[in-house]
Design a protein around this ligand. Sequence first.
Ligand SMILES: Nc1ncnc2c1ncn2[C@@H]1O[C@H](COP(=O)(O)OP(=O)(O)O)[C@@H](O)[C@H]1O
Ligand SMILES: O=C(CO)[C@H](O)[C@H](O)COP(=O)(O)O
Length: 516
Amino acid sequence: MPGGNEPRSYYVGMDVGTGSVRAALVDQRGTLLAFADQPINQWEPQFNHHEQSSEDIWAACCVVSKKVVQGVNLHQIRGLGFDATCSLVVLDKQFRPLPVNPEGDSRRNIIMWLDHRAVSQVHRINETKHSVLQYVGGVMSVEMQAPKLLWLKENLRETCWDKAGHFFDLPDFLSWKATGVTARSLCSLVCKWTYSAEKGWDDSFWKMVGLEDLVTDNYSKIGNQVLPPGASLGSGLTPEAAKDLGLPPGIAVAASLIDAHAGGLGVIGADVKGHGLACEGQPVTSRLAVICGTSSCHMGISKNPIFVPGVWGPYFSAMVPGFWLNEGGQSVTGKLIDHMVQGHAAFPELQAKATARGQSVYAYLNSHLDLIKKAQPVGFLTVDLHVWPDFHGNRSPLADLTLKGMVTGLKLSQDLDDLAILYLATVQAIAFGTRLIIEAMESAGHSISTLFLCGGLSKNPLFVQMHADITGLPVVLSQEVESVLVGAAVLGACASGDFASVQLLQLTGQEWVTVR
Ligand SMILES: Nc1ncnc2c1ncn2[C@@H]1O[C@H](COP(=O)(O)OP(=O)(O)O)[C@@H](O)[C@H]1O
Ligand SMILES: O=C(CO)[C@H](O)[C@H](O)COP(=O)(O)O
């Protein structure tokens, strides 16, 4: 984003993650000026069923939006962009929430991205060997939308499926809520719905898998107007949404991005001059963006399509216009670390000690590991304890939802030392998973020299260092940890017309730190 002395223009980015909604006010140099976050509800009514509420999420958006523009001249706000998880939102013909559960609770009208209820459905979809599957790494994930749609049709026919008027990816729901425009983003449809940027919808796929009713009326329920991320939607922010969000009516609202793609856009174009990095002076295709939060997403781009077995894509223009995208992933990373730590017998002691010190439990564990490692490198503490991290299946590169997690080397003791070493082994297992994904991508034709991390886990120095040590690659972090939000704000800046396209962010104003 250009610098200079122009009067300040502001852009609002909204990032709907798994656990919370975040908003940021960003200026034309890409500098984040204000930040706010608000937790959102999640329901897990039964194992592998994960649900949310679109009304709860919108309400949280309204809270954080008003917070970040407090004291700002609203006339200087030029655009608004959204990113969100690729969760499935279900509305009736009057755009009212419909229940995605047998209890009929219409508050819960979202099937979340990590929901694994549609196992039988995705198995049958993959059995078809339809040609669209080659563009999702050869095997469709249970976390994508077609299996979930088929589950709704087969399990909630009367209470949901027959009443449904609109099925949205969550990022597209948000841009609809803001503008009243039902256009979908190329990003969400290409990555999660089997849409082709070149050929559009493939009727034969929907008919083959038993969702022929979505083909009728020219795909009106799932989208027949598709725009590139950053395109301006309709007449911009509606008066009603403007009132909700505390923003000026009519400001530009952008076609959205999925959260990982916004994070990738926020970091992958970083200007890293002066750090002596291998990627300096190399094409941007030598960089891998890793957006690590509840899950981890590994975003690699190429000028030509690269087919990587077990790694999603290749997706055209789904993140950076004109580039093909491959997306590796680990369904649970932050969530896995939290699961292992919070489920350990010594967690209450850890929580008390961390609180007493005014630290997060992660910071306390990291310092405890430094204490017990003595003279050896911290990584050696797990020489007898190992974790296999696929507690929620393997997204990439094995693409096997039936895989489970494993721990070997447990003893009878369950004290704080044991918890710290189990936490370390879990962090290392996730880093080994990243290495496996990189090896699969490189075997297929990628050439990756540097990792660019963002997301909640990038705030954990141990997580970052283990990724550098275990992949053998340097890791670049932005001083501005909210890179996903900057990516979302970039969308709003593009929609405003102030910038020609969703361009690679050259955040020259930002400090970048490297971990070798
Ligand atoms: N300050 C922190 N230090 C270490 N880990 C963190 C920190 N903040 C968040 N995390 C980790 O990141 C995960 C959430 O990532 P985040 O990107 O905030 O969420 P989301 O997945 O909702 O986008 C949590 O599961 C937690 O393990
Ligand atoms: O599949 C996705 C991206 O393609 C999900 O949106 C992502 O894995 C969830 O993100 P987060 O871990 O930040 O909540």
